[in-house]
Design a protein. Structure first.
Lengths: 456, 564
């Protein structure tokens, strides 16, 4: 660790005389060599690359051929339709290592390596490394995706130019006065200038007029931003420590990612299951805190099809900086298709419900159980799932109980009724929200991890 | 008081420059410091305490910047990072910036500036130092137990129900520090009201004292609200009373209202003394009467009063009602005007002055530049539409660092270099002082200007990790922090070295016309032999350079004789 700090310090000092990108790589080098004790990803079914490619090409006018690298990415879990995005830097290359993000920039492969000891499994691993809206934006601002965003930008630019002008005037006068009236022998300061009423009135009134314009312009745009049109489509956002769940009017739920049809006013109705969060959507210049005891709402006009990043911008605890979501603006057809697919995630290709174990494994990711409960036996914010089933649990009140199916159901529905010794009240209460298929799935999943050794 | 303490006030027509017995050596032993009622000694003890706190907070800052040097986790995990940014903020705000200028420098200077022997309540003054010390002790305890990861704002319900860190000991620490601040404010308020020397009418009050007066009003009236809020937070955490946590029937936004009702005035508790220092320094080093005295004085008081009415602008996106946002945004702009007026007045003071670029002046000019940027970027946050996108991003981080570090810290350095000869009786190296100042200024801008850009491009604050599109800005920022660190280390070296090997300071090295420069450097235990008579504090022609004492002495015949 000391070596690492020294390397960074050295790099920081070198910075003054060198270009940024070079030494960024120097600084990353030691981390790349550091031993990675990454947990092996949960055993996955092998991916049939040929079949995925065939399925993909079936939907294409002209079939695409995939080179060896691309086939490897697909085998690593990348969807064939995302291959093109890799070249733009908008999709990461599967690394197989939770501590490593690989992405492409201008044809070159880059890596972000987290030191295995300090890295927490990222919640939003599949999120593109680069946000299009930031990358294509101006010097100060990301892309403005709606008319409202443009009128916010107009105000931003007005204040920015006012600031440039005032900073320039103040800076220039300061330097000029300091040089012109520098202390010289025999030259005395002019003591007669102690006040000048007309000038003082001017420099009080002029800024007052300017800020009055800013205030009024800002307020009227703000009213627009806070008043959704009556025909807006409502999407609910439920935030919890450190995950997003989006719920549509027809009951379809989508964790971590939500799609909306293009050119439609979208109203977000938001609430939190635990602490404060904030829905921050820079491309639309929108933001609102999300509170555990009330609904807050914002709206935006979705505009043309594109992908945007949603940040949590209110500090919410350990994994705050991993609490991203993805917003995809689709054509109406794509949107309908996505909604049906997402609504039917528990249904297999044969039209039948998936087996409980598979539902459980998917639920574990979708409901973000993985943020707190590990499956490799390591201790996290909450007890690990590994070796849990059938073991004896010791509770804070001193009582014990064997972890059977009943116990798991109770822990999901009323997590605080029996708290395991050494853990706090962190768990989201799922009593009304988790359908029986998913609870059964989680039980099956925990059962399947029965023999994995645990550390806690 | 022994005979040796009382020295003739004049030697050959010039005021005494140095005394053999001064407040530092007139008595010795640990107890003579720890139990002292002398405002100057208490001020020095404060100065040591807050300097150590600043060093600690600085280490945390370095930790933050090094971790953020590259995307991915480098040498801290997310939990550690959260603790480090929280402790950086909490230590810097509560232990350093708030007590910085008023308690440390104000304690030394305020009674001297009034020609008084001490503050109105010397015992209360020592008491508030010990309250500060116990607050600091709670923080140290917090550091050695489970630390703190709530952010310096202690937002509920995370702080009351979710955090597994030492929230209770930290809030108790802040509670103690709050009382320290209240007592200091009370003391200064009474001292300024009751202990002004003959001739010092309200309109002859030096602007530093106007600033301290406004600060004292805010400390006295706003800090109790913080105390009550934190006590409620502790009660919710320990007794489970539902006040802020909705799970227990409380409301988290209520906490934010309470918290910012104190913490917005606290922002001005930090900046008003800084502005007050700058007013003194600009006038002194321009050798010219301050421009628009009344406007500056009244703007201090109006800032102090208006600061109580704008807390809601921290909550524009916290589900605040549209009507409330309208009102808070409007009042926020009214507070921008007095701040702008001060900047214009400082500039006008330079005009046709006789400007010398000594170290304190260099800091003051850097302050004007940094505070201008800090103030103007505040407009983006006061305007409702632009605040929505900038709220809780690095834009806000950059804005308040420009105001608190570029503003208050640079003014603190200005004040420290300005009054250092008076406090210690030693002159520091002017060349090294100027070099350190320029290095710190450049480092600061490199560290924080890129944060504006990444903030307006969407980078949220309090992120342990970030996406590669923000990498360049973070790297610039880290590099700037290292440069700033070098500058600050140089400042510390220069000042500490001066104690051992600096030249003896004259009574009035800079040519200021305020009263504290009339007593020898360092002052004797009782400050003045006779209560001085106050006239216009900015009548610079009242003193002139004297080659023999290497300092300024009163012009014979221009000043009314000392009253007996």
């Amino acid at each position: 660790m000391i070596m690492r700090i020294e390397a960074l310090l050295l790099a920081g000092l070198c910075f003054l005389g060198s270009a940024a990108p070079n030494f960024a790589q120097e600084a990353e080098a030691p981390a790349a060599e550091a031993p990675t004790e990454a947990a092996a990803p949960a055993a996955k079914k092998p991916i049939d690359v040929d079949k995925l490619i065939a399925d993909f090409n079936a939907g294409q006018a002209a079939p695409r051929t995939f080179n060896a690298d691309e086939r490897e990415w697909i085998a690593g879990g990348l969807a064939p339709e995302e291959v093109e995005l890799v070249y733009k830097g908008h999709a990461a290359i599967p690394s197989g290592d939770p501590n490593k993000v690989i992405y492409m920039r201008d044809g070159e492969i880059h890596e972000i390596v987290s030191h295995a000891k300090y890295s927490t499994p990222p919640v939003a691993q599949n999120l593109p490394p680069f946000a299009t809206e930031v990358e294509n934006g101006s010097f100060w601002l990301p892309v403005a995706a709606s008319e409202t965003a443009k009128s916010v930008d107009a105000m931003f630019n007005f204040i920015m130019w006012t600031s440039y002008i005032f900073t320039a005037i103040i800076g220039i006068l300061m330097v000029v006065f300091c040089i012109k009236y520098r202390r010289r022998p025999g030259v005395r300061a002019d003591q007669s200038i102690t006040h000048n009423t007309p000038i003082e009135i001017i420099w009080s009134v002029l800024p007052t007029i300017l800020v009055a314009i800013m205030f009024w312009g800002g307020y009227t745009t703000f009213l627009d931003m806070r008043t959704p049109p009556p025909d807006a489509m409502v999407v609910r956002a439920n935030a919890s420590q450190w995950a997003w769940n989006f719920v549509y009017d027809n009951g379809v739920e989508s964790p971590g990612e939500f799609h909306v049809p293009a050119n439609t006013p979208i109203e977000m109705m938001m609430t939190s299951a635990d602490v404060l969060h904030s829905f921050h959507l820079p491309a639309f210049r929108q933001k609102s805190d999300i509170l555990p005891n009330r609904y807050t709402s914002i709206w935006f006009d979705s505009g043309e099809p594109a992908t945007y990043r949603v940040y949590c911008s209110e500090y919410c605890g350990q994994l705050h900086s991993d609490m991203y979501a993805k917003l995809v603006v689709d054509t109406p057809e794509d949107y309908e298709k996505w909604l049906v697919e997402t609504g039917n995630w528990m249904v297999g290709e044969d039209g039948e419900l998936l087996p409980p174990l598979e539902i459980g494994e998917l639920t574990y990711t979708r409901r973000n159980c993985k943020a707190c409960h590990s499956i490799d036996g390591t201790k996290g914010v909450a007890p690990t799932f590994a070796g849990l089933f059938g073991s004896e649990r010791k509770f804070a009140d001193g009582s014990t109980r064997v972890a059977d199916a009943d116990y798991i159901i109770q822990s999901i529905r009323e997590p605080y009724s029996q708290l395991v010794e050494g853990y706090g009240e962190q768990m989201t209460v799922y009593s009304p929200m988790l359908p029986p298929e998913q609870i059964d799935g989680i039980i099956a999943y925990i059962k399947s991890l029965k023999d994995v050794p645990r550390v806690d | 008081m022994t005979q040796a303490d009382i020295a003739p006030s004049q030697v050959q027509g010039r005021p005494v420059q140095h005394l053999e017995k001064n407040y530092i050596n007139h008595s010795s032993g640990i107890a003579s410091w720890l139990l002292t009622l002398d405002h100057k000694r208490i001020g020095l003890m404060y100065l040591m305490g807050i300097s150590l706190s600043f060093f600690l907070g600085g280490l945390f800052a370095l930790g933050i910047r090094l971790e953020l040097f590259a995307p991915g986790m480098q040498f801290m995990d997310a939990e550690t990072y959260n603790k480090v940014f929280t402790l950086h903020g909490a230590v810097m705000v509560f232990l350093f910036i708030i007590p910085g200028i008023p308690a440390a420098l104000g304690n030394v200077v305020l009674p001297l500036m009034l020609g008084a022997k001490d503050v109105a309540f010397p015992r209360l003054n020592l008491g508030s130092f010990y309250l500060w010390l116990s607050g600091a002790a709670f923080f140290i305890y917090t550091l050695f137990t489970e630390q703190l990861d709530t952010g310096w704002t202690f937002y509920t319900p995370y702080s009351s129900s979710y955090s597994n860190t030492a929230v209770i000991s930290a809030t108790f620490g802040v509670f103690m520090l709050g009382f320290s601040s209240i007592f200091t404010g009370l003391n200064f308020l009474v001292t300024i009201h009751k202990m002004r020397p003959p001739g010092m009418t309200w309109h002859k009050l030096p602007l530093f004292l106007w600033g301290m007066y406004g600060t004292a009003v805010m400390q006295l009236l706003a800090t109790p609200v913080l105390g009550i809020t934190l006590l409620l937070l502790v009660m919710e955490t320990t007794l489970g009373i539902g006040i802020f946590d909705p799970k227990k029937g409380g409301d988290p936004v209520l906490y934010q209202h309470f918290f910012w009702f104190y913490s917005h005035p606290a922002v001005y508790i930090m900046i008003l003394p800084a502005m007050a220092v700058i007013s003194e320094i600009i006038a002194t080093f321009s050798r010219k009467h301050i421009f628009g005295y009344k406007m500056i004085a009244y703007s201090s008081v109006s800032i102090a009063l208006l600061s109580f009415l704008v807390w809601g602008h921290h909550m524009f996106v916290s589900s605040e009602s549209t009507l409330a946002t309208l009102i808070f945004s409007a009042i926020t702009f009214t507070i921008a005007i007095p701040s702008a007026i001060k900047v214009f007045n400082w500039l006008a003071t330079l005009y046709k002055g006789s400007v010398s670029m000594d170290t304190p002046m260099l800091y003051a000019l850097e302050f004007i530049w940094l505070f201008t940027i800090g103030g103007l970027t505040g407009l983006f946050l006061g305007v409702l539409s632009t605040d929505v996108m900038l709220h809780d991003t690095y834009f806000v981080v950059a804005h308040f660092h420009y105001v608190m570090v570029g503003g208050t810290l640079f003014a603190f350095f200005a004040a420290l270099h300005y009054w250092w000869p008076k406090m210690t009786g030693k002159m520091y190296s002017e060349a090294m002082g100027r070099a350190a100042s320029v290095i710190a200024f450049l480092g600061f801008n490199l560290a924080f200007f890129p944060q504006f850009i990444m903030g307006s491009r969407g980078m949220p604050r309090r992120y342990a990790d970030y996406k590669p599109e923000f990498e360049l800005y973070h790297q610039l920022s880290t590099a700037g922090t290292l440069v700033l660190g070098v500058g600050i280390a140089l400042i510390a070296y220069n000042l500490i070295r001066s104690i051992f090997s600096g030249a003896k300071a004259p009574a009035n090295p800079w040519g200021s016309a305020t009263i504290e420069w009339e007593c020898p450097s360092p002052p004797p235990h009782h400050n003045f032999d006779h209560p001085p008579l106050a006239t216009d504090p900015y009548d610079m022609e009242r003193v002139e350079w004297d080659e023999e004492v290497k300092g300024y002495v009163p012009v014979v015949g221009r000043r009314a004789p000392v009253a007996h």
